[in-house]
Each structure stands twice: as structure tokens, then as C-alpha cells.
Design a protein around this ligand. Structure first.
Ligand SMILES: [Zn+2]
Length: 187
């Protein structure tokens, strides 16, 4: 974002930024694009909640096509109030009924603690309203996320909720059994 009042001509960048690259790619995409003629309701009636990790290509990894699903992503793929907000709209307004939760190996949240929040407060003088949602045991975090979806009073459909860990080195999903107890050796 520029803060200057310079005329637009002076603001033209000399070197292309990453965003310029994306905009150029979009022009190529749009030149081959044809209107799929869909409405906003996902064809497969599924919402996928996943980590924002750059190594997880949800559409490729799950064989999804344009229009198939809702994708809701954040750091960790954790079920926050805002994810519940999106799922509620997804189910009540746009008719999805299955929920798939995907965490992954090597998640950045495994190296953080709630101390991150404290350090942030010390640095900027304000405590964030949100939890970091850091975790040590990815399987247990998937179970907790499944539980948060299943117990939400706002959702219409909580019978088809499944959770997985995506292995970023093999590309494979491993399903998490919601009834398994947390492993005894977890930190
Ligand atoms: Zn992650």
C-alpha cells in the first residue's frame, strides 16, 4: 500500500512484484475461461476445512473439480469460531452436509506455543483476542476439531464429519479415529 500522494504515473513499479505475477497469470487464466454456468452450491455438498500450508493442494490431493466443494482454510486448519461461521453458512445457505477436516505433518503450529500470544502482547501492547491454537499432537488436534464441529449448535449436519492428517512427503491422507484416546507419550 502506498501512502504517497504522487500521481499514479510515478507509482508504476519498475520491477514486477509477486502480486503482479499473479495478476498476469490471471489474465492468461481468464483468456481460456468459460462460464461454468454453476450456482454457488457445491456440487458434492461437502466443506473441507484445512490448514493454509502451501504444500497442501486440496483440489489436486482430493480429486476435486471447480465447483465441487467449499474450502475453508486457516493456520492449522483448526475449528475456530470463524470456521464455524463459514460452516454454518455453507450448510444452511448453500446446502453442504459433509465436513472433511485436514491437518498435516510438519505443521508450523507444532513449533509454536501460547507463549507466542504473550510475546505479541509484550511487543505491541495489546493482547490478541484469538488463541494461537498451537498443538503438539496432530492426531489429537484433529480429534478436537472433529469434536468442535460435531458439538456445534449452529450446524444442521454433524453426522458425516471425518478428519485426516495429510503427509506432506507422500501426499497421502491418514484418517483419524475420533474414538481413539490421546497417545500417552504426548507432550
Ligand atoms: Zn499447517
Amino acid at each position: 500500500m502506498t501512502t504517497s500522494a504522487h500521481p499514479a504515473a510515478e507509482a508504476v513499479p519498475t520491477a514486477s512484484t509477486v502480486t503482479d505475477r499473479l495478476v498476469e497469470a490471471n489474465e492468461r487464466y481468464a483468456s481460456d475461461f468459460t462460464d461454468p454456468g454453476m450456482d454457488a452450491r457445491p456440487v458434492l455438498r461437502v466443506a473441507v476445512v484445512a490448514c493454509m500450508d502451501a504444500r497442501l493442494d486440496l483440489h489436486a490431493a482430493l480429486g476435486l473439480e471447480l465447483g465441487d466443494c467449499h474450502t475453508i482454510r486457516n493456520a492449522g486448519g483448526v475449528v475456530t469460531d470463524d470456521v464455524i461461521r463459514s460452516l454454518t453458512i455453507s450448510q444452511r445457505a448453500l446446502k453442504t452436509r459433509s465436513v472433511v477436516l485436514i491437518h498435516h505433518t510438519g505443521c508450523g503450529l507444532e513449533s509454536l506455543t501460547e507463549e507466542f500470544r504473550h510475546e505479541l502482547e509484550m511487543e505491541v501492547g495489546q493482547r490478541p483476542a484469538w488463541a494461537v491454537e498451537a498443538f503438539r499432537d496432530v492426531d489429537q488436534d484433529v480429534r478436537q476439531s472433529m469434536q468442535r464441529v460435531r458439538t456445534s449448535p449452529f450446524l444442521l449436519h454433524t453426522d458425516d464429519v471425518r478428519g485426516f492428517v495429510f503427509d506432506v512427503t507422500t501426499g497421502l491422507l491418514r484418517e483419524i479415529d475420533p474414538s481413539d484416546a490421546p497417545s500417552a507419550d504426548q507432550a
